[in-house]
Design a protein around this ligand. Structure first.
Ligand SMILES: Cc1cc2nc3c(=O)[nH]c(=O)nc-3n(C[C@H](O)[C@H](O)[C@H](O)COP(=O)(O)OP(=O)(O)OC[C@H]3O[C@@H](n4cnc5c(N)ncnc54)[C@H](O)[C@@H]3O)c2cc1C
Length: 401
């Protein structure tokens, strides 16, 4: 476990330049980058690290580039498993496509490595601390927190960065001039047909899947991916229609149905008993957009999944999260006033992400049409070279520049 480097009382007694809420890739990278700008930074998370996270654990080529741009000290992250190929199964057809690059790394290793790098750079770290509400005022914002030990319940910062992922349920209260003082809970716009995420990890001896081969099973209720992690475990992650999951009766039954849907391909058979034995985590609705800036004077901004997410099929969320931290600190470094910061951040965020989100939406839409998906899989089987050349487009290999 990574111990706190500051007590809740000391955190409450300090005037922070930046408070980052959430220590996933977006929050940890933002904290590290803000610290390197010379700011006094506090990073809090409701969890204790290492912590599990529903994720396919694939680092896209763009995510690997973002990690190298972070210039972490040597050895900060364990080497991932290079991703050699993706097997896609849909409606009884399957194809093996040479991957566009990338690697797999467990979220325990990735997120813990990033938090440690932030601490080593001088970021103050407070785990087990839930932020429930943020009140904006003229010179910054006050966060109301629930900490594991008794102590201060409020933290002051000039800038609050919400990097709380899909679970962001933090109430925002603004007192800025010209605004009312209403608490806005969940200003999130969730897409009508949004899927939810399911995930778990299985012991290394569960199945024979070789390292470096990602298997994607696409069924009528959603899709699931399985890949071997750097420590041998199998990571299972899925995006499932919530109504179908409710009808199936349990996450295990829903996952089982997706695997059964692809026609019993030997490569994706995961024993139902193995899934039931480990338990499965679920996420809130996946597809959403939420305003980047909250409150009236840019004292509160969102990055990573908290600001918006599409779907996991193309395996880009970690790269997007890391890039959003880069965009945030780029705007912060170059801005001359809070209003200027807000304008720069919004404009640059739209410039970097709009086309990638649109492409991901198109791919996710195609995956929802079984005839289209099965046709693409058959075509990939007949023309593997063409499929391999298309892969960089599918996964956003061009990068987030
Ligand atoms: C099924 C599935 C498969 C996926 N597969 C991939 C993949 O293969 N490759 C890829 O790149 N991406 C994948 N993603 C997406 C990826 O997991 C996310 O995009 C990424 O984790 C976003 O990072 P983040 O830092 O924004 O949020 P998160 O990683 O979710 O981190 C948010 C943090 O905020 C903390 N937090 C939340 N609320 C509070 C609070 N109130 N107070 C304090 N702390 C709080 C949480 O504990 C958490 O640690 C997948 C997602 C799903 C659902």
């Amino acid at each position: 476990m990574i111990d706190a480097t500051v007590t809740i009382d000391a955190a409450g007694a300090t005037a922070w330049d930046v408070l980052v809420i959430g220590a996933g890739p977006a929050g940890a990278a933002a904290a590290l980058r803000c610290k390197r700008l010379g700011r006094r930074v506090l990073l809090v998370d409701r969890g204790w690290f290492p912590r599990p996270k529903v994720c396919g654990c694939c680092l896209s080529p763009a995510a690997l580039r973002e990690l190298s741009m972070l210039e972490l000290p040597l050895g900060a992250l364990p080497p991932g498993v290079p991703l050699a190929a993706v097997w896609i199964g849909c409606a009884g057809h399957e194809a093996r496509i040479v991957s566009a690059g990338g690697a797999t790394l467990s979220r325990e290793a990735l997120d813990t490595g990033l938090v440690r790098a932030a601490i080593d750079a001088g970021v103050a770290w407070l785990p087990g601390t839930i932020v429930t509400e943020i009140t904006e005022h003229g010179g910054g914002a006050t966060a109301t927190v629930r900490a594991p030990t008794p102590g201060a319940a409020r933290i002051e910062a000039r800038l609050v960065v919400i990097a709380a992922g899909l679970a962001d349920a933090i109430r925002i209260r603004t007192t800025a001039a010209g605004r009312d003082n209403t608490a806005h809970s969940r200003p999130r716009r969730i897409a009508a047909a949004s899927l939810i995420g399911l995930g778990t990890t299985l012991p290394a001896d569960t199945g024979p899947l070789p390292a470096g081969e990602l298997v994607m099973a696409v069924g009528s209720a959603g899709y699931a991916g399985i890949v071997r992690l750097e420590d041998g475990r199998l990571d299972v992650a899925a995006a499932i229609d919530p109504a179908t999951m409710a009808a199936a009766g349990s996450p295990v039954a829903a996952l089982d149905a997706v695997f059964a849907d692809v026609g019993g391909l030997a490569r994706v058979s995961v024993p139902r008993a193995a899934l039931a034995a480990v338990g499965i985590r679920a996420t809130p609705a996946l597809t959403h957009t939420t305003p980047l800036a909250a409150g009236g004077e840019a004292a509160i901004v969102r990055i990573g999944d908290a600001a918006g997410y599409v779907e996991p099929f193309t395996g880009e969320g970690i790269g997007w999260a890391l890039a959003s931290a880069r965009v945030l600190t780029g705007a912060l470094a170059g801005s001359t006033s809070p209003a200027d910061f807000r304008a720069r951040f919004s404009a640059e965020h739209a410039r970097v992400f709009a086309a990638h989100h649109a492409r991901c939406r198109r791919v996710a839409g195609a995956v929802r049409r079984p005839w289209l998906c099965a046709g693409a899989v058959r075509a990939a089987r007949w023309a593997p070279g063409v499929a391999a050349r298309a892969m960089p487009w599918v996964v956003g290999g061009g990068g987030l520049v």
